[in-house]
Design a protein around this ligand. Structure first.
Ligand code: FAD
Length: 405
């Protein structure tokens, strides 16, 4: 338990964290990786380069400071981060390293403003926050290991099949090398692929959503080749596309994540995907077809054109079997006019047709896409608790109010 005085000091740092949080976390990561380069085997370097991890941590610190007297308020957000940590293999012994470097970074960035009183309050508070994470993550590791076919950190899988889904997206069907059953997962969850690439100094970890229903003897992931002009090519996605073949081995963590569909509900569901963000929604769609085919479901997918969009036939085949299922395909720049149900971006007017009372909305896609969809849903008076979304990267603020990232 933190004393009243400590809580007061932590709360007094909220304004400066709001103003200089990213400066502190940027310095923190540089410092920590300088002293502990081995942690680069866990963290995603591209997210560091693009500053997304630094922003996510700054938001997290700000939220923790704001809620320091009622940390239970931020437990859902703690769990979201803990899922990611568990999928990456973050361990209890990493927390003191983070703590030491974070306190040093606060001191080094804020200088005289970080008085001894502030540093000692943050030292105490960090321990409390770290203990919350350590305990939640411990439970998650135990749960992952206890499941039928489960395991704790990483285990080898064999690529059983590789299927091209579009010009840029390829699926990999993965089976446990040890022949154990594939554990059940919740539709919407992801695994981490841990990969060693010749010439890369560190091991690379990337999350991929499971794109088929649970209950099969394989996991399916569907990976977009990241190759934008004038930008470095994505390391892992290109390696998977170009070098990983049927029969090769990949190290996987057990399924994780809280962007999940409750398959036991009967309420309507609207799935809204942008580009490769459709992968967790594919798992949700297949799960509805398997568990509850009468459940009302609308599947909306926006893509640039027919060539890059994956799963066209698969979606049609599934939706045909659902008496209350609808699909709605949007092509921003269709190759052939008339293809798809809508030409152009999804607008508020387009979305309005699919608003249903009591429906839950599951959204995944590029950040600007999700921001637009979430703001339209809000304008259309959909309640916050009905809107669920997943970032294919560190969590970001969807709106200005300080969420816990
Ligand atoms: P990276 O090497 O990580 O690069 C990523 C991007 O950063 C590239 O566009 C690159 O150009 C840019 N970049 C790299 N270095 C720099 C630099 N120095 N400066 C500026 N920009 C730089 N992806 C899927 O395809 N399918 C999925 O189902 C999927 N599910 C996901 C689920 C979750 C929960 C999360 C968090 C992510 C998911 N992703 C998914 C994304 C995936 O984890 C990877 O981020 C993606 O494959 C890119 O990895 P990469 O190694 O190829 O690219």
């Amino acid at each position: 338990m933190l004393s009243k005085e400590t809580i007061g000091v932590i709360k007094s740092t909220v304004p400066i964290l709001a103003e200089r949080g990213t400066e502190i976390t940027s310095h923190f990561y540089k410092r920590m990786f300088h002293h502990h380069p081995e942690l680069l085997n866990i963290f995603n370097h591209a997210n560091q380069q693009r500053g997304r991890q630094q922003t996510a941590l700054a938001n997290a610190l700000l939220a923790a400071a704001s809620h320091i007297d009622q940390l239970e308020n931020i437990l859902p957000a703690v769990k979201q981060i803990a899922h990611k940590h568990r999928s990456l293999g973050v361990k209890k012994e990493h927390y003191p390293i983070v703590g030491e470097n974070l306190l040093a970074a606060i001191k080094e960035v804020l200088g005289d403003a970080a008085t001894e009183e502030v540093i000692s309050a943050w030292k105490e508070a960090y321990q409390v926050i770290a203990d919350v994470f350590i305990n939640v993550e411990q439970e998650m590791y135990d749960e992952a290991e206890k499941m039928e076919g489960g395991w704790r950190f990483f285990k080898p899988f064999i690529v059983a099949e590789k299927v091209k889904e579009s010009d840029v997206i390829t699926s990999f069907y993965l089976k446990p090398k040890d022949g154990a059953p594939v554990p059940y997962f919740m539709p919407g969850q992801y695994i981490t692929v841990k990969i060693t690439i010749d010439g890369e100094k560190y091991v690379l970890n990337r999350q991929y959503s499971l794109s088929d229903a649970p209950g099969k003897d394989y996991f399916r992931i569907s990976v977009k080749r990241e190759a934008e002009p004038n930008q470095p090519s994505g390391k892992v996605s290109n390696y998977l596309h170009d070098h990983i073949q049927v029969g090769d081995e990949l190290e996987l963590s057990a399924p994780a994540g809280d962007f999940v569909l409750d398959v036991h509900q009967l309420t309507p569901v609207v799935l809204i995907g942008g580009g490769v963000g459709v992968t967790p929604l594919m798992s949700m769609l297949h799960s509805i077809a398997k568990e509850n085919p009468a459940r009302p479901v609308t599947f909306i997918h926006a893509a640039k054109n027919e060539a890059v969009r994956a799963f066209d036939k698969e979606v049609k085949d599934v939706v045909t079997l659902l008496p209350n299922g609808t699909s709605f395909i949007c092509y921003d720049q269709p190759i052939q006019n008339g293809n798809g149900d809508h030409k152009g971006k999804i607008t508020k007017d387009v979305l309005e047709k699919f608003i249903q009372p009591a429906a839950d909305y599951y959204i995944c896609g590029p950040v600007p896409f999700m921001k637009a969809i979430v703001s339209y849903l809000e304008e259309l008076k959909v309640a916050d608790e009905k809107i669920h979304y997943e970032f294919f990267g560190p969590s970001m603020l969807m709106k200005q109010a300080p969420l816990f990232a």
